[in-house]
Design a protein around this ligand. Structure first.
Ligand code: BTN
Length: 258
C-alpha cells in the first residue's frame, strides 16, 4: 500500500442507537449499494446496518451514472434502512431526510455555503461535494427497505469533473474519515425518524439550491428561465415559467450554471 493512504478502522457508531451500530467494513467492493442490497435480501440484516468500503471500484450514481472515488480518500457507504409504514407516495421524504442529514453533518466542517441541489445532490456553492443514491424495495405497496448510498468527497484533492469539490479543498485540512462518518450517521438518525412532514419540507426548501430564484434551466435542450416554486409530495420539481407552473420529474430538467 502506498504510504500516502491513511487506513481507517470503522467501528460501530458511538453516537447513535441504531444507524451504524452494525458496521461492515470491506477493503474493496464494486458498489456498497449492491452489497447492501444483497445483504438486505439474503440475511436478516439489522436496521441501520452500514456497509462501508475503502475502495469502491464500480460506484453507482443516479441515472445509471458512475460515482468515482479515490481509495482511502473519501466516504463511500450504504445504510440498510427498514422504514416503518412508509407508503410509496411518501418515498421522497427519505430523500429529503437524508439530504438534510448530510448538510447538517457538513455544516460543522464548512459553515455556510451548503445547499441541496434538487433532488439530493449536496453542493458547496456551485460545486458538488456529495451524492446520494437511494434504492428501494417494495412489498405489498409498502417500502420494505431502503438502501441509502452516500458518497462524500472528503480528502481527495483532484477531480476530473470541474464541478466537484471536497472538504479538504474547502477547508485546507485533512478530515479524519471516521469522525465524519460518525457525524453523518448521528445526523441521519436525527433526521430519519422525524415525523413532522411540514417541518421537513420547509427545512428542505430552505436549503434548496436556487429556491425562489429566477435562473436558467435546460428543458428539452432549450435554455429556459424559471423559478423553483415548490416540490410535489412525489418529489417533482415545481418551476414557474412565465405565467404557468410546470412539474418536472428527475432527469427532465437541468440547472444551468453561469
Ligand atoms: C449521485 O450523485 O449520482 C449519487 C452518488 C451515490 C454514490 C454512493 S457511494 C456509496 C454508494 N454506493 C454506490 O455504488 N453508490 C453510492
Amino acid at each position: 500500500m502506498h504510504q500516502k493512504y491513511k487506513k481507517y478502522l470503522y467501528k460501530p457508531c458511538p453516537l447513535t442507537n441504531l444507524i451504524g451500530k452494525e458496521m461492515v467494513h470491506l477493503p474493496q467492493c464494486d458498489s456498497t449499494n449492491r452489497v447492501a442490497m444483497d445483504w438486505a435480501q439474503q440475511a436478516s440484516a439489522k436496521n441501520g446496518t452500514v456497509i462501508i468500503c475503502d475502495h469502491q471500484h464500480c460506484g453507482r450514481g443516479q441515472f445509471g451514472r458512475s460515482w468515482e472515488s479515490l481509495p482511502y480518500k473519501n466516504l463511500t457507504f450504504s445504510v440498510i434502512f427498514y422504514p416503518e409504514n412508509l407508503a410509496l407516495d411518501n418515498l421522497f421524504q427519505v430523500s429529503m431526510q437524508v439530504s438534510l442529514a448530510i448538510v447538517d453533518a457538513l455544516v460543522t466542517y464548512v459553515g455556510s455555503g451548503l445547499a441541496i441541489k434538487w433532488p439530493n445532490d449536496i453542493y458547496f456553492k456551485k460545486q458538488k461535494i456529495g451524492g446520494i443514491l437511494i434504492q428501494n424495495s417494495i412489498q405489498a405497496n409498502k417500502v420494505s427497505h431502503c438502501i441509502i448510498g452516500i458518497g462524500l468527497n472528503v480528502n481527495q484533492e483532484q477531480f476530473i469533473n470541474e464541478r466537484a469539490v471536497s472538504l479538504k479543498l474547502i477547508t485546507g485540512k485533512e478530515i479524519p474519515l471516521t469522525d465524519l462518518l460518525n457525524r453523518v450517521l448521528f445526523c441521519l438518525e436525527q433526521n430519519l425518524f422525524k415525523s413532522n412532514s411540514a417541518e421537513l419540507y420547509n427545512t428542505y426548501v430552505d436549503r434548496l439550491f436556487g429556491y425562489k430564484q429566477w435562473r436558467y434551466f435546460m428543458i428539452n435542450h432549450e435554455k429556459i428561465r424559471g423559478q423553483i416554486e415548490d416540490i410535489e409530495e412525489s418529489g417533482k420539481l415545481g418551476v414557474r415559467i412565465g405565467s404557468t407552473k410546470k412539474y418536472f420529474e428527475y432527469g427532465t430538467i437541468k440547472f444551468v450554471f453561469e
